[in-house]
Ligand binder design. Structure first.
Ligand code: ATP
Ligand code: MG
Length: 572
């Protein structure tokens, strides 16, 4: 295939084929303190272990506040603060297995709370601070959260639903809790009451440390439980996928409310003893570039939506900043359009390493690696230790180039251990014997690279062909007038479905029928004859989840007049 981007040379992963052949998960065990008799606990490995060696005074976290002020915490300080928080929680009556929600902006307390909860054997439930009260309530009632860590303004936002939160015993408030109701206690008081030398509770590998609600792209968000054992794959994901080394400065832009924000945003890098940068504020191209410059970020983990926004901000903006420290760039969460990969190369001067995984997989499973060619538009190959395949409905592997279900061989270390109070849903993933069925459709090429087509529900059946929306969207955004595109199958008597595209235009572009015709011709010359959109609609914005993913089911519902389903995850 043309358009390949050659390898950057060996990274932490030197030889994909040889390592994939020889690798065993057991070989990673000895990197953890538990293998030498320590507690089996993600908090002990992410923080306490480092506080007991020369990394004690190393910065664990640079927390950039919305106003630009920076708060720094060392591994030693983190160990004491998370210990205090863990034992303070116990004093409030929390016990192993309790669900404790963390509903905060990206401040140091967010990190202290998540790790502290895991340390005492609790299940942390990080919730993105942009969620509204109804979305919060759904989740709190679903898993019966008993303690909520939040801030005064977010607490006030919850006021309309406070009476409904019947399981909640305490709100721990970061800041001043004056004037809030009797169920509150200040975060600082909890810390003061706690023991800085608290030892992490010894857990079983399959005990959960976190509950993450999925993004809600396809339906009602599911409460996915990840076990302490996930640490094994999160460490390897950071090492091989993010090419992270311990002396790097690392910035993952995902909010800890999503799996990316904790698996490769907090725990994975801390297992490696890396310094993290976190940014509290909203997206702003100049601020983002300036963070990379100011902290000399070496490894940057972000998402397609963010990259498309940076593209939209213009190519000249990049030139104002010194990004020379940046060694490695990753993207996950949504398909990464080839156009964005090429922009990365031309404008950022970096390869962008797309990788595929899900809340349910707990860590990266398929990825592009430094030592491999990138084929723009492909998610790459399975990480060593993960067996991925394209199968049909009977679990039989299909030939290269054939569409099918993207499946994994169960048993990778970070695989979810359950879905909160929904065993039938959990079992559905394993309906096809021998496989975990991801719900995504894809194909594998002759070289073993995986190519994403779409969610199983989003795949378009037109004129007897099956077509993934991603391919059409990627062709559309290559047109200079197009900023973003969402593509669906619209029911059609003759063709089964026709391809319909919803398009947002770049700033300053005037919509017209002529432009529609021009875009149609543009796509026709790039894709199979049946793949061009027979209908185009210009829209101001595309419906997205709070985590920034295009919600095609909402577009489809708008088009067909069907009920759109659960909308608590719709952004705005
Ligand atoms: P829900 O499960 O609630 O419908 P969701 O699937 O969007 O929401 P997540 O677990 O956050 O929730 O996202 C996982 C999904 O994101 C994958 O199943 C896949 O569809 C998509 N995805 C993630 N990374 C990639 C990638 N690199 N390329 C293509 N798609 C990706
Ligand atoms: Mg999903």
């Amino acid at each position: 295939m043309d358009g390949r981007i050659p390898p950057l040379g060996p990274g932490n992963l030197e030889d994909f084929t040889a390592t994939s052949r020889e690798f065993t998960w057991a070989s990673v065990d000895r990197e953890f303190a538990w293998s030498a008799g320590g507690s089996y606990n993600v908090a002990a490995e992410a923080i306490d272990r480092h506080a007991q060696n020369w990394r004690r005074n190393k910065i664990a976290l640079y927390s950039v506040q919305a106003g630009g002020e920076v708060r720094k915490l060392t591994f030693g300080e983190m160990a004491e603060l998370t210990g205090r928080f863990a034992s303070g929680l116990e004093r409030l009556g929390a016990v192993k297995g309790d669900r404790v929600f963390v509903y905060l902006d990206r401040k140091p307390e967010l990190y202290i709370a998540i790790v502290g909860i895991a340390k005492m054997g609790g299940i942390a439930g990080p919730l993105f601070s942009a969620l509204g009260p109804e979305a919060f309530k759904d989740r709190a009632l679903d898993c019966g959260a008993s303690i909520i860590v939040t801030s005064p303004y977010l607490y006030r936002r919850l006021e309309p639903v406070l009476d409904d939160l019947v399981n909640v015993k305490r709100f721990i408030i970061v800041g001043d809790d004056e004037g809030l109701d009797g169920r509150t206690v200040r975060f600082d008081e909890v810390l003061e009451s706690g023991d800085p030398g608290y030892q992490a509770v010894n857990m079983a590998p399959t005990d959960p440390y976190i509950i993450h609600y999925t993004s809600g792209s396809t339906g009602k968000p599911k409460g996915v439980l990840l076990g302490h054992r996930a640490m094994i794959q999160q460490l390897m994901g950071c090492r091989y996928v993010a090419d992270l080394r311990e002396d790097d400065t690392y910035w993952c832009t995902a909010d800890p409310g999503w799996v990316t924000g904790t698996s490769v945003g907090i725990f994975g890098p801390w297992y490696l003893g890396t310094s993290l940068v976190s940014y509290e504020g909203r997206f702003d191209a100049r601020v983002w570039y300036s963070i990379i410059e100011r902290f000399k970020v070496n490894v940057w983990f972000t998402a397609p939506t963010a990259l498309r926004m940076l593209m939209r901000a213009g190519n000249d903006v990049v030139k104002e900043y010194d990004l020379s420290g940046l060694r490695h760039v990753c993207s996950a969460g949504e398909p990464l359009n080839p156009e964005v990969v090429r922009w990365g190369l031309d404008v950022l001067g970096r390869r962008i390493h797309d990788n595929w995984w899900q809340t349910e997989t707990g860590a990266p499973c398929i990825s592009n690696f430094r030592c491999m060619d990138i084929k723009p538009g492909s998610m790459g190959r399975p990480i060593p230790g993960v067996v991925a395949a394209i199968v049909d409905e009977n679990g039989l592997e299909v030939a290269p180039g054939t569409f099918g279900f993207l499946a994994l061989r169960p048993g990778w270390p970070s695989m979810m251990i359950g879905i909160w109070r929904n065993t039938p849903k959990f079992k559905e993933y394993f309906d096809v014997p021998g496989w975990y069925i991801s719900g995504d459709q894809a194909y594998r090429d002759e070289d073993g690279y995986f190519w994403f087509l779409g969610r199983a529900d989003d795949v378009i059946k037109t004129s007897g062909e099956r077509l993934g929306p991603f391919e059409v969207e990627s062709a559309l955004i290559e047109h200079p007038a197009v900023a973003e595109a969402g593509v669906i199958g619209k029911p059609d008597e003759l063709r089964g479905e026709i391809v319909k595209a919803f398009i947002t235009l770049r700033p300053g572009v005037v919509p017209s029928e002529r432009l529609k015709a021009e875009i149609t011709v543009f796509v026709k010359t790039r894709l199979a004859y049946y793949a061009y959109p027979r209908e185009i609609e210009f829209v101001e914005t595309l419906p997205k989840t709070r985590s920034g993913k295009i919600m095609r089911r909402v577009l489809k519902a708008m088009e067909t007049g069907q009920p759109p389903g659960d909308l608590t995850m719709l952004d705005e």
